[in-house]
Design a protein around this ligand. Sequence first.
Ligand SMILES: *[C@@H]1O[C@H](CO)[C@@H](O)[C@H](O)[C@H]1NC(C)=O
Ligand SMILES: *[C@@H]1O[C@H](CO)[C@@H](O)[C@H](O)[C@H]1NC(C)=O
Ligand SMILES: *[C@@H]1O[C@H](CO)[C@@H](O)[C@H](O)[C@H]1NC(C)=O
Ligand SMILES: *[C@@H]1O[C@H](CO)[C@@H](O)[C@H](O)[C@H]1NC(C)=O
Ligand SMILES: *[C@@H]1O[C@H](CO)[C@@H](O)[C@H](O)[C@H]1NC(C)=O
Ligand SMILES: *[C@@H]1O[C@H](CO)[C@@H](O)[C@H](O)[C@H]1NC(C)=O
Length: 505
Amino acid sequence: MKHFYLFSIILAIVLVTSYIDAFTRTDFPEDFLFGAATSAYQWEGAVDEDGRTPSVWDTSSHCHNGSNGDIACDGYHKYKEDVKLMANMGLEAFRFSISWTRLIPNGRGPINPKGLLFYKNLIKELRSHGIEPHVTLYHYDLPQSLEDEYGGWINRKIIEDFTGFADVCFREFGDDVKLWTTINEATIFAFAFYGEGIKFGHCSPTKYINCSTGNSCMETYIAGHNMLLAHASASSLYKLKYKSKQRGSIGLSIFALGLSPYTNSKDDEIATERAKAFLFGWMLKPLVYGDYPDEMKRILGSRLPVFSEEESEQVKGSSDFVGIIHYTTVYVTNRPAPYIFPSSTNKGFFTDMGAYIISAGNSSSFEFDATPWGLEGILEHLKQSYNNPPIYILENGTPMKHDSMLQDTPRVEYIQAYIGAMLNAIKNGSDMRGYFVWSLIDLYEITVGYTTSFGMYYVNFSDPGRKRSPKLSAFWYSGFLKGTIDVAKDITQLQSNFSAGSSSL
Ligand SMILES: *[C@@H]1O[C@H](CO)[C@@H](O)[C@H](O)[C@H]1NC(C)=O
Ligand SMILES: *[C@@H]1O[C@H](CO)[C@@H](O)[C@H](O)[C@H]1NC(C)=O
Ligand SMILES: *[C@@H]1O[C@H](CO)[C@@H](O)[C@H](O)[C@H]1NC(C)=O
Ligand SMILES: *[C@@H]1O[C@H](CO)[C@@H](O)[C@H](O)[C@H]1NC(C)=O
Ligand SMILES: *[C@@H]1O[C@H](CO)[C@@H](O)[C@H](O)[C@H]1NC(C)=O
Ligand SMILES: *[C@@H]1O[C@H](CO)[C@@H](O)[C@H](O)[C@H]1NC(C)=O
């Protein structure tokens, strides 16, 4: 995540929000799940231990003279300690991902027994503490061998290999895992990695990256198409072979920016509808109705792949829930997108979308500003346009400089505002099922490494023991979950207890 600055936060709009909402855990349905998230490469470390082989993420981190996830939080060795942190906090669910190359080192074929054991142990540990696992199958860490063999997501061969990997996961873990997300934020994964060339994608040369391996104006949509087909294939396998016995559910997740017209002009309203088609409809229309939005078909013409009748049937209804990755809100205006691709024949995702986006937050501050009304807008849009699907917010949180204070009050205010927004949406009929803070602990972040972090626990990355310490947000979230604080009133008291070192979890 967090590569947003690339897409043009150009104008800062100061928005005065006073969004205080008093709520308690009991205002939410009992079976609603509150959790926190990590992903394999960002948390586990132990990259060449016990039979794991490199993914494209390892390769890309090692080609720059920067940081990497070789050790990260050392979650591979410290998972019991981390599950204990979760349990002490009162966390109800934990979202993590499975490292494909730890489980199946060659991408397909033999299973690595030690990798299998690690995930079985982790899941067992979670269950024994009453914490519901939510497993993401794919969080950017494609086996390097499959990238080398056929180019990964731009090749249809990925569908069979991904389904094979999913099959192993369902078979081995499915008795204890009831919630599966196939692909992490598939939309941004396709347009940022295969369009803008972020990290390990393919792309055409851009203003930012010397990248000549790909073809952005085609491959963004090809990769997206293959993701939908791979998701649908894994989902139908689950329904055919496992669901009746395991009784879980399976969904796809998308990156969801809050979208609002910049002015009340007709043009900006139409541009916002177009942005909704590109950012939500691109994946949600096929999942709910079996085909791409008409707007995208019209604009992209032959660059947008076509579903066969059989594929359309398979994709339609393949997501039991929609996973939302939400961080911030933008205003949309009907102007050409920033010029990313130097060649006029190359079109990027935002050029295709034909809209210019402006941060709705306050870019003078480092953190994301809470714009909870933007999330409410997304949830209302999904309710009205996509048959009110069950929704999990799989990531929501705000970055802070890694070495900033443990007293992360802006993060507390941010999370509080979004939980309040979610409650408003539930009261207005949205079928919300769960919420995960990104992230449980400080992680190796995708574009910023260890300089910026989202954790509710601080991790000392200079310490060989990778010591964890709770931030104020951990106390706040825990107090909310356990019902021991008044979320609207007790922040000052929580802060002073925290500074006095008298807080405990
Ligand atoms: C923007 O930053 C200023 C100064 O830090 C702050 O007073 C204001 O509330 C912020 N705006 C938002 C939307 O958070
Ligand atoms: C990598 O970075 C370190 C520290 O910034 C520097 O000392 C070293 O020379 C760099 N190595 C290369 C190969 O650029
Ligand atoms: C790309 O490479 C060219 C030639 O080596 C160089 O002049 C240019 O600055 C590079 N651009 C970026 C964004 O790195
Ligand atoms: C609440 O739901 C109703 C019916 O779907 C809708 O008309 C209304 O705009 C929603 N309110 C908000 C604040 O989204
Ligand atoms: C992190 O760990 C290093 C090495 O053990 C130690 O010197 C340093 O003081 C620690 N930093 C913090 C903020 O605890
Ligand atoms: C702060 O600490 C006092 C004394 O231990 C305790 O009674 C109170 O509940 C705490 N308040 C919060 C909000 O944690």
